[in-house]
Design a protein. Structure first.
Length: 335
């Protein structure tokens, strides 16, 4: 395996998926058998706390087609995808989730479109089995909102399940930002793109790793990463409030000069001050989101750290891009 040229790399980010791993590995085995060229599976363990690491390491030791990369802690789904992309060696790299909502069998359709000459082939969900109506509605609203706010057209009903050509992978590696929204990054890169429609299955086992609070953070991250409209909105809200406050002040002065009745007391003053303070806090928070991202970037920390003692990788260590991690052994030598 290590001496052969790798045609396809399948990257699977994993976090606490012990329950689904037996089914996942069986279906990946079947897929590997059906492919007409050499392939590798890059299993990225995003700091799992269950027995996932034991199962994954054992598979990588027994089967050289599997590579097991364990991150030193939970860095997040999007960073785990990045770690797998950095390690992948194939001419075409496919990213899929471990919960089997993305059927591995769709990968062969993606490969067929790639052979037609497309550089990016993404899977578009025709249906979302096992998901609540609330999640489906909020997902549709999110994609509509982000495409209104962003200058980049991000395909609706498309997740991270996609195939990308080697030249796209190399371009992706040159994007070192800390707060990552991978599907938006691929949309920003451009290249020729095609879709493969599929019916998304229910989760094979276990529980979702994206509860509502995490989904909200993910949505905010996507919007802030690809749009400066919130900053421009802050300017307009501030301008409107200033005009309203100025108009109210002129109205009060006019009433006093004309001998009109001005309501005594603090009610109107308190209401206006509260409104201004609330708007100011909201605008400061929006600016803070962007400033926080700048702060994260200037620290220039690696995106992730690989626990190389726990990892099982038969392949040679790939060239590490500027944004890639410092392996733990190397970091220890540098202290």
């Amino acid at each position: 395996m290590t001496a052969d040229h790798v045609r396809y790399s399948i990257v699977v980010p994993i976090f606490n998926e012990q329950a689904v791993l037996p089914v996942l590995l069986n279906r990946l085995d079947a897929l590997m058998t059906s492919l007409d060229a050499s392939a590798e599976i890059v299993l990225v363990d995003d700091g799992s706390s269950d027995c996932s690491s034991i199962v994954l390491a054992a598979r990588a030791k027994d089967d050289a087609r599997y590579r097991y990369i364990r991150l030193s802690r939970n860095f997040g789904h999007q960073v785990a995808i990045t770690a797998g992309m950095d390690a992948a060696r194939g001419d075409a790299v496919i990213v899929m989730d471990a919960d089997l909502q993305d059927p591995p069998e769709v990968i062969e359709q993606m490969i067929a479109r790639w052979r037609e000459g497309f550089d990016v082939v993404y899977a578009r969900r025709l249906s979302r089995e096992g998901e609540s109506g609330f999640k489906r509605v909020t997902a549709a609203l999110f994609y509509r909102l982000i495409n209104r706010l962003s200058a980049v057209d991000i395909p609706a009903d498309v997740g991270d399940f996609r195939l990308v050509d080697r030249k796209v992978v190399e371009a992706f590696k040159r994007m070192p930002e800390q707060d990552r929204y991978v599907r938006g990054m691929f949309a920003w890169l451009g290249f020729s793109q095609a879709e493969v429609p599929f019916h998304r299955e229910a989760r094979a086992a276990g529980e979702t790793k994206y509860p509502l609070t995490r989904m909200i953070r993910f949505a905010v991250n996507g919007i802030v990463s690809f749009s400066d409209l919130p900053l421009r909105l802050a300017i307009w809200v501030g301008l409107v409030i200033s005009v309203m406050a100025g108009g109210y002040g002129l109205y009060a002065i006019g009433l006093r000069l004309l001998g009109g009745h001005v309501v005594e007391g603090w009610t109107s003053t308190v209401v206006v001050i509260s409104m201004l303070c609330g708007a100011n806090m909201m605008m400061t928070g929006i600016v803070g989101l962007y400033v926080g991202r700048i702060y994260a970037e200037v620290k220039r920390r690696p995106l992730y750290v690989v626990d190389d003692k726990a990892s099982v990788d038969h392949a040679a260590v790939p060239d590490i891009p500027a944004s890639a991690p410092i392996p733990m052994a190397q970091a220890a030598r540098g202290r």
